[in-house]
Structure formats: structure tokens, C-alpha cells
Design a protein around this ligand. Sequence first.
Ligand SMILES: [Zn+2]
Length: 463
Amino acid sequence: MSLLIKGGTVVTAEGTLDADVVVEGEKIAALLARGAATIGSAYDTIDATDMYVIPGGIDAHTHMEMPFGGTFSADTFETGTRAAAHGGTTAIIDFAVQAKGTSLLAALDKWHSKADGNCAIDYGFHMIVSDVNDSTLKEMDACISAGVNSFKMFMAYPGVFYATDGEILLAMQQASRSGATVMMHAENGIAIDQLVAQAIAAGRTDPVNHGLTRPPELEGEATSRAITLAKVADCPLYIVHLSASQALAAVAQARDAGQNVFAETCPQYLYLSIDDLARPDFEGAKFVASPPLRPKEHQDSLWRGLRTNDLSVVSTDHCPFCFKDQKELGRGDFSKIPNGMPGVEHRMDLLHAGVVAGQLTLARWVEVASTTPARMFGLYPRKGVIAAGSDADIVIYDPHARQTLSAATHHMNVDYSAYEGMEITGRVVTTLARGRVVIDDGTYQGSPGYGTFLPRGLNQYLL
Ligand SMILES: [Zn+2]
């Protein structure tokens, strides 16, 4: 039997359309003029009257069960993808992590074994390259053949993930030969480490110092440097979790000059600030992530960047650590607080709140949350759009419902919410993943292992 989603307002990156959507199996079969499907065929029906019907969200930056600082992020692929589905996200792209001294393909195998059989929704991988050498560089092509064609590198975290400018250049040259994209964590980790050491030595150990020792200028500097290296290597570059107006200015300048430079930001940088890091009694630890939350004035430029497309994507960098036992590892020394925040469940809602607040249009909401990530990471038009032939990853969204974000009601496997008490207008009612209802009015109806691996093509925006 086919499924008919009727009466809703279909929202795509192009705008809105009053249409009914026909789903056959895992695919969208047709968009019909409202009411046109009532004659004849047998349909299961979902009534979407007064609702938006949108392509499922694609979160292109998550870290499920990621090792960091002697612990692991608290969501597994099972719990994290279930929470994502609750929030209207139907695909994630997570990061496989190459540990120093190991091979890229071994890391990829390891991440496949973590995710395989556990995901509620479809998933792909990027590859974190932390050890650049001849064999790693050769393996990048094998990763591309295996459906992983975006490689993340770090200018931060010396001694862990950090790569030198020379190593970055080599990896960019390699990526450039095949059209793969290098993703960059752009903060000057060498300088930051000095500031961190000075703060600790001076007894400035509270969580707010995490922000104070990672000034926005050092994100701006690293972003500019990454852009320059990418230009020399002629390599597509994607700046992850951009948080600072200085970095945005560098991206805008490169884009104006026609360079293949792209950037994402995250909801935490749009809504939270260093004031949250400064919350008393170690509560600021809940907000420790890198780059750090910035002074409020950066938020306006990030929203503007989303409107002007200098920021093309909003991802979450979901990397949850529980306050108890995990964040607490850094009591008395902010540099030992595991870096990361929960968010995979709330991205669609927080961006819809931006629509309600007049920061984004409806079409732009869908574009930055679904359509552009699909194109950027080689999943379009299978994902990211409501059109005949695409996967039936569909969210029915009530734009008028009210909800209050809270750890008491969220589905992420973490003991706090970064948005505790925040009131949101808008709520996911139904999430379909490849034609199957996985969330029905707040109830999970999916199953681990339903989600399949998504081999991806190249970035579809390259000039
Ligand atoms: Zn990340």
C-alpha cells in the first residue's frame, strides 16, 4: 500500500507548495496537487493539515561514541540516531577517527562496526586524518572509493589531532587530485596551548577560561591560513563549526574571490555565548566545546552569514559528555574538561526558532538544514529534497506547537541540556526515514539497524 501525506505545506529550498506527497516503499513517488489523490488508489494516509512537510534534516557533523580525553562521547550510534530522529533529522554524517600510527581504512572499518546494525536513520562518514604520511595519503583514494570523500584535519589539539601546515598542504594536494574536500577545525592550537598553560599557572582554572584562552582572533587567523593553503593546493575547503566573525570574514572574502571555500556553523554559536561558559559552580563545563562559545556580538554576524550563504550549512558537532563523571574530569582544571556539547536532537527546532524570530526564511531553514548538506556531501538528490525518486525522508512539522527543551524530556543519552528551559515554537510530529515512520507524535517506532550506510559522491558545489 502507498502512503499519502495530505493537506500539508511542502517546504523545499525553493519555497513552499500546497501539495500532497505520495510515498511508495522507501521512495517519494509523486507530488500531487492537493486533493488530487483522493480518487481510486488505496492509501494509508497521514493528515498534515496546518503542518509543514519538509525533507528530513541532515546533520553533517556528529561524533557518536567518540574517544576523547580518556572517555567516550555519551551517545552511541543507537541512542544518538534515535534522538536525531526525534528531532527531525533523518541522516547523519559522523567522523571516523584515525588514531596516530593507525591506517585510515582500519579506522573506517572500526567505525563501520560501531554503526552497523545500530542506527535508526541512514548515516555516512567523514574521515579524520591525524597522521599524515605516505601510506595515509595513498589511502585517501581508497576511502573515496569506499564512499568517504571528505577528510577532516585539525589546526588545534597539538599532540592529539594537530597537523602542521606542511602536513595539511600534502593532504590538500592529495585531496585535490580527486576532487575530495578537506574539512578544517581552524583554531591556532599552538598559540592556544601557550595561553592555556599561562592560565593554569596563574590559577585561572574555571570553565570560562576555556573561552578566554581560545580568542576569536586565533580562529580567524587559522581560518585565513587554511584558506591560503587550500588555494595553493587548489583544494576544496569546508570550515567546520565556524564560531567567530573574524573567521566568517575570511570565508566571505575567499568566496567573493571565487575560491571553493564553504563553512558551517552550529546552533550553540547562534544561541549561546561565553556568558554560559561563565556560569558559576562549574556549570560552565556543560558549555565547553571547541571553538568556544563567543561573546554575544558574534551571533548577529553568524545569522547574517547564514542569510548571505557565506555560511552554507548548520550542523551540530554533537559530542555529548555527561556533566556527572565526564565533564567533572575537569574540575579544578578547565583544560581537562571533555570538549563537546549535545545537540543532535534540537537542530531543526532551533533553526525553526530562527525562522520564527525573522532570522531565516522558511526555504532557507530547509536549505541550511537539509538540502545544502545533501549537495555539499554528495547525497543529493537521493537526500535533501522532496521530489519524485528521492528517498522518503520526510518530516511533518507543526509550526505552531510549543515545547520546552529539557534534559527531562530529551532523548539524547546525556544528563543535561544546553538549552534547559528554552521555549520553542515548533515541533516534529512525524519523522519518516526511507518511507518508514520512525517517530510518530513523539513516540519512537524505528529500530536499530534500519539505518543504512550512505556512500557519498563529491561535493556538488565545486566551481
Ligand atoms: Zn566535531
